[in-house]
Design a protein around this ligand. Structure first.
Ligand code: FEO
Ligand code: CA
Ligand code: CA
Length: 624
């Protein structure tokens, strides 16, 4: 989580109904006339009927077959060379500039700032919102995870939908002073809640290569901390019938049937503490096309401080969803639906995430691992179970506490305790997971845990200030496996910090970093790492700041074979870098800049979390 949400949550630790069905063709066209041509071409443009099939009959009823003339041979076209996905960009240097730095030959354009319009209305222009209704239509704040979705019959390399998370309000554009939920007026509370949740925007690439939000698109939609959500799955009956809001939407994921999975990285509503806590801490499934279910909290996937979701699918359409609990410390989970998904009938997947088995990962010292089912009655999950607590943060073990797991809803709502009872390994704040395209490996960023006092093989550093990345492989590369093998892929740090002890050095080859957070292996198998070291933060060496060692938070390419790291992008003052989505041809990368504090993105205006578009000026794939 960002340091802002961590601070806001500290005191609290211890419109969905009847969304329209598929948008009608006429509604889409009315909002966006250019779509008519695209849709028409998509529906009819490819229906070329072979001339041989167009047979009439002669007077005797015998078919007359018209043989087309022999075509004149045309010259053999020069084949277009396939695009290169080689990594050949010139790495950028660590810096503390108040701007986005990208390699030579690249551009970075701002696409959507906090306060820009998502739904039609008056955007932020230097004044606080006049009412909650105004802010409710804006892009929220703390831009984080996002996914890019194709539209039916549209070239996704030039137009599509971007769904993105808003983790935390950019309060500096919303209201004066600090937000205090205990003292906030109803309007202030509603304004704060308007700035979390998600936004969906239709975006398109213009002739100049620049991407813009398509104002007025019927797909543009906000889902906020004030909207209503339903719950599905085994614990649904214990949640409110109509849940007010989702929040702390940190990172995200998608399903193979192209719905968006947005993750609540909080187990209480710290912006509106009057709400029941059990309503929060879930994965929420939202269909950006608005064809399937209304936004639904999927309780079968467990309640914890969800970071992201990454799926692995087999050729027979079985799927596992991998998830991290960004807690100090937290466990790694996977959820396996009972059924294969359908790739021919999207609607058949509507409730797929309500039925399945949730597992927690246990990392053994010999490099093996196992998935332990979080099912009532199994692995010690019974009434009167003993939770060992967080055993990593003190050399004096905590006193175990008694927890009752009387049914599966208990297991899911008290998921962190269930995971520890079942023997799950408590990890150094699991942030993103990502799955290699060939299913051969899964990677997880363990961002840091400066409070760790008891090491274990998978979390080998006490006072883990800079974090590490874990790699594991499922038995048989199967999403259904219950066993895996694992290794530490990379330990973050910098040799310049050796004076503070070997724990701070790490083993990164090339450009070093601290606190890996965002993590994605793109469809060409290339790994991208985004960082979130706290600013200000400790490097571990007195007199040396963390920015002084690593520069501003940044994004890196990391070679999975030789672990060579190349710095690709550096963010402006005070931000974290997070969120990564791309077009299918990988010529356009979408990246989020969260909570900047300087004079960015617009000079002379309040700093705002923003989505940027990164691309090569010669339109070749990113990475070249
Ligand atoms: Fe919202 Fe764990 O980062
Ligand atoms: Ca983080
Ligand atoms: Ca994160």
């Amino acid at each position: 989580m960002s340091h802002l949400t961590d601070k806001a949550r500290a005191p609290y630790r211890g419109e969905a109904g009847g969304l329209p069905g598929p948008d009608s063709l006429e509604a889409i066209v009315a909002e966006n006339p250019t779509r008519r041509t695209l849709l028409r071409n998509g529906l009819f443009g490819l229906s070329v009927i072979p001339a041989m099939a167009l047979a009439a009959c002669d007077d005797d009823g015998n078919p007359i077959v018209t043989v087309p003339p022999t075509p004149t041979p045309s010259p053999t076209p020069t084949p277009t060379p396939p695009p290169s996905f080689a990594i050949s960009f010139a790495a950028v240097a660590a810096n503390q500039d108040d701007r986005v730095t990208v390699p030579d030959g690249y551009t970075a354009d701002v696409l959507l700032k906090a306060g820009d319009s998502v739904e039609a209305g008056t955007p932020y222009s230097g004044s606080f919102p006049a009412s909650p209704a105004v802010a409710e239509k804006w892009a929220g704040g703390g831009h984080d995870g996002m996914e890019y979705f194709a539209l039916p019959e549209v070239d996704a390399n030039t137009r599509g939908l971007l769904a993105m998370n808003y983790e935390y309000p950019d309060f500096n554009i919303l209201m004066a002073g600090d937000y205090d939920p205990a003292a906030a007026s109803a309007d202030q509370k509603a304004i704060a809640l308007s700035a979390v949740g998600i936004g969906v925007v239709e975006i398109a690439k213009g002739g100049d290569g620049k991407w813009t939000v398509q104002a007025g698109s019927t797909y543009n939609r906000r889902y906020t901390g004030n909207s209503s959500y339903r719950a599905g799955g085994p614990a649904a009956g214990l949640l409110s019938g109509s849940i007010k809001g989702m929040l702390n939407n940190c990172s995200s994921g998608r399903t193979p049937w192209n719905t968006y999975l947005t993750c609540e990285e909080t187990m209480d509503n710290y912006l509106d503490p009057a709400q029941p806590e059990t309503n929060y801490g879930w994965v929420v499934e939202i269909d950006p096309l608005r064809e399937l279910a209304v936004p639904t909290k999927r309780t079968a996937m467990g309640r914890f401080n969800h970071e992201n979701v990454a799926f692995m699918a087999s050729t027979d359409r079985r799927v596992a969803f991998y998830m991290g609990d960004d807690t100090t410390p937290g466990c790694i989970y996977k959820f396996v639906p009972d059924r294969a998904y359908s790739d021919t009938n999207r609607a058949a997947n509507t409730d797929l995430l309500d039925y399945g088995t949730l597992y927690v990962a246990r990392f053994n010292g010999d490099g093996t691992g196992e998935w332990r089912a979080l099912v009532v009655g199994e692995n010690g999950l019974t009434a009167g179970a003993l939770d060992p607590g967080n055993t990593s943060q003190s050399t004096t073990p905590p006193t175990p506490t008694t927890v009752d797991f009387n049914n599966q809803a208990d297991v899911l709502i008290k998921c962190q305790q269930a995971a520890r009872v079942a023997g799950g390994t408590v990890m150094d704040r699991p942030e993103w997971l990502t799955v290699a395209p060939d299913n051969s490996a899964i990677f997880c960023t363990l961002t840091n845990n400066s409070g760790r006092r008891v090491a274990d093989p998978a979390n080998p550093r006490i006072r883990n200030l800079h974090g590490h990345i874990l790699k594991f492989s499922e038995e048989g590369d199967s999403p259904l496996a219950t066993k895996f093998s694992w290794e530490i892929f990379l330990s973050a740090g910098d040799p310049a910090l050796a004076a503070g002890g070997s724990n701070l050095v790490g083993d990164i080859e090339g450009d070093t970093f601290s606190s890996p957070d965002g993590l994605r292996i793109d469809p060409q198998g290339r790994m991208w790492v985004q960082t979130d070291h706290s600013v200000p933060g400790s490097s571990g060496v007195d007199g040396t700041t963390i920015d002084g060692t690593f520069g501003h938070n940044a994004m890196f390419y990391v070679d999975q074979q030789n672990k060579q790291s190349k710095r690709f992008l550096v963010g402006p003052l005070g931000c974290e870098i997070t969120g990564l989505a791309y077009t299918p041809d990988l010529t356009t990368f979408f990246v989020n800049i969260q909570h900047p504090t300087g004079d960015w993105p617009v000079a002379g205006e309040a700093p705002r979390s923003s989505t940027i578009v990164v691309r090569r000026t010669d339109s070749q794939p990113v990475g070249n």
